[in-house]
Design a protein around this ligand. Sequence first.
Ligand code: HEC
Ligand code: HEC
Ligand code: HEC
Ligand code: HEC
Ligand code: HEC
Ligand code: HEC
Ligand code: HEC
Ligand code: HEC
Ligand code: HEC
Length: 434
Amino acid sequence: MNARNSVARSGFALATALGFACGSLGFIAGCPSVPPTTGGGEPTASKFVGADTCMPCHSGMHTDWLATGHATALDTLEAIGQGENAACLGCHTVGFNDDGFISRAETPALAGVQCENCHGASAEHATNPGDLALRPSVDMSATLCGSCHTDAHHPTFEEWQLSKHAMALEGLRSNPFAQDTCMMCHSQDYRHAVEDQEVGEDVEVPTLATAQLSIECATCHAPHGGVAQDHQLRQPIANLCGECHTQEEAMLGDSPHHPQIEMLTGIGAFQADGSGLVQTHAHSALAAAGGEACAQCHVVRHEVEDPNEGNPNVTGHTFNPFDSDITTISPEHQTDQYTGCRDCHTDSVADALRSSLQADLSARLDALAPTFDAESATFIDPESLSTADQARLATAKFNFEFVRADGSLGVHNPALAQGALDVAEQIINDLTGQ
Ligand code: HEC
Ligand code: HEC
Ligand code: HEC
Ligand code: HEC
Ligand code: HEC
Ligand code: HEC
Ligand code: HEC
Ligand code: HEC
Ligand code: HEC
């Protein structure tokens, strides 16, 4: 087990503990930012008022929220005869065990997951909206969602914590080339502020020093819904991951980074004459409108019969089912990494195709690497070449980096990965007279 795995694993245990600690406080969503309780011991009217009270002033959000699964979370319990089970109500209603929800009959306004689960008790704000001190909290962190989206039934938060997305800001900060604009793909609070600024709002945009959030739940999901996408996703699923997993406008001479969307859709590499190399594959069809694109293979749910801590459900939120973090959670999950392939390949075929293709491409990348490494004996120094040959060498290097940076060793698009390396190898053979 490597260092990242052991850190990540203790994160899993910690998150589970946190989930339970929060649950026992009753006001589940309040854990990250416990709302101020009013002084005096006298029970007053509830500090929770329910979403209907917010509607006149926040009608757009109210309409959007009504159409989400959150609004009907108590109905879900009632449909299976669990509408009065105290073990369930904390995450399916507002303020249960905390001066809020009691029962459907007594507190009908507090049924389901509502505004105040995420923003804290807001009765005082609703009657004094002008008082800044009483403004409800706005928390965009995964910890907020994770106070309910946790435990063996739906360990979404624990899986997210294991993912590189949870480490995106930390990772960026330790990079010597880091600057504020990098955070468009590495930080939720930066991204959100820039988007607000673009629509004319007067907001403070965080800097590399002040940003706090990585790629959190609310980076991909719209907390109020209203987006017409399944799963409250902010983007159609086919575009979601490619917003960041793109080499953007990388030109010859650049080093392409994370070109996964280009690789999948069959573009982004070059032919020997410097024109674009276009090569689609059966996998490219997954990125067409209506397809699941990256999520087909990378965000795959897998439910087990009796979820428990040693054998939890899998929600697909490590975003990398091929990472040993997920396959070693329990023996039952060892072949889950191929769940997304099952529409088209059996597990054993997918495994065999993947291993042989990856072995072949790794060998080809290893063979090319010394050509571009100034320390190696077979390095080709661009300075020693004519201008025309320098351009060809740059094409070979770009294609090599393109395949390497994609990270799937060919699986995303076997045809383009092989085609791009064919071009690179042909150029190098010509230049070395082989
Ligand atoms: C009488 C009108 C009114 C009612 C009722 C009301 N609000 Fe507000 N709310 C406001 C105003 C005004 C603002 C400030 C808007 C702004 O600054 O753009 C605000 C701001 C907010 C904010 C944003 C705080 C921030 O820092 O940006 C949240 C969250 C919020 N309200 C939640 C609620 C919730 C939850 C309810 C129902 C329990 C509610 N509001 C009821 C008028 C109201
Ligand atoms: C108070 C607990 C709680 C909090 C906090 C919470 N959720 Fe949920 N969420 C639920 C429950 C319960 C359901 C299941 C509702 C159902 O199916 O009846 C759910 C369902 C969902 C769904 C599926 C909804 C659909 O329309 O099908 C998404 C997506 C989701 N939550 C995202 C989030 C995100 C993102 C956050 C944080 C911004 C969040 N949730 C915060 C309890 C919570
Ligand atoms: C720790 C918070 C939490 C508790 C406690 C909780 N739920 Fe949920 N429940 C959720 C969340 C979050 C979802 C949405 C899961 C998703 O879509 O990934 C959910 C979804 C559901 C669903 C929709 C189907 C599904 O599995 O996604 C049912 C049914 C359900 N819960 C029943 C129950 C019952 C019965 C209990 C009590 C025995 C309970 N829940 C206790 C948070 C909780
Ligand atoms: C599942 C959690 C969740 C629920 C439920 C929820 N919100 Fe929010 N709300 C958020 C988050 C996270 C943000 C900040 C990120 C964003 O706006 O996308 C936010 C932002 C806001 C803002 C500030 C808008 C802005 O962009 O500055 C207001 C006002 C607000 N919510 C009101 C409400 C009201 C009213 C309801 C109920 C009808 C509600 N929210 C339900 C999580 C939630
Ligand atoms: C907001 C930008 C953004 C979005 C949207 C996004 N990612 Fe990422 N992703 C990143 C960043 C940044 C990293 C690298 C973080 C690090 O290593 O510090 C990353 C890392 C990953 C990794 C881990 C790679 C590794 O080296 O182990 C996978 C797998 C991944 N993302 C898949 C996805 C999938 C699938 C989606 C869509 C469901 C998606 N990403 C959406 C920015 C994004
Ligand atoms: C267009 C979105 C985007 C922008 C802008 C961006 N990144 Fe990233 N970054 C990603 C994605 C996606 C990954 C994950 C790549 C993968 O695993 O294939 C990543 C991964 C990383 C990693 C960790 C993985 C590695 O390569 O070892 C570092 C470090 C990094 N980026 C630094 C930066 C710096 C520095 C900047 C600004 C100069 C920047 N990024 C700008 C999307 C972006
Ligand atoms: C990088 C993007 C990304 C991030 C970050 C992310 N999700 Fe998701 N989430 C997705 C995608 C994509 C799906 C749909 C997967 C599919 O098609 O099966 C999804 C599905 C879900 C669902 C199931 C919805 C349903 O209707 O069944 C829930 C619940 C959910 N996410 C909650 C969360 C929570 C909670 C977090 C933070 C701990 C989170 N997500 C972080 C991309 C993301
Ligand atoms: C046909 C299934 C499939 C599709 C579609 C797919 N991937 Fe992959 N992806 C894989 C496989 C298999 C790997 C190799 C994993 C390994 O060997 O560890 C991989 C590797 C990766 C990696 C590198 C992970 C690492 O550990 O370095 C990233 C990042 C990634 N994919 C992101 C994406 C993004 C973003 C998309 C959409 C543009 C996408 N993938 C589409 C199957 C797929
Ligand atoms: C939408 C259907 C579909 C899905 C989903 C899918 N594949 Fe494929 N895949 C194909 C087709 C069609 C081919 C080309 C015919 C063939 O080689 O079997 C192919 C070819 C391949 C190849 C290339 C074989 C070679 O050397 O030429 C590999 C490797 C592969 N798939 C792995 C995977 C893996 C791993 C997954 C899941 C993570 C996956 N595929 C998901 C349809 C799919």
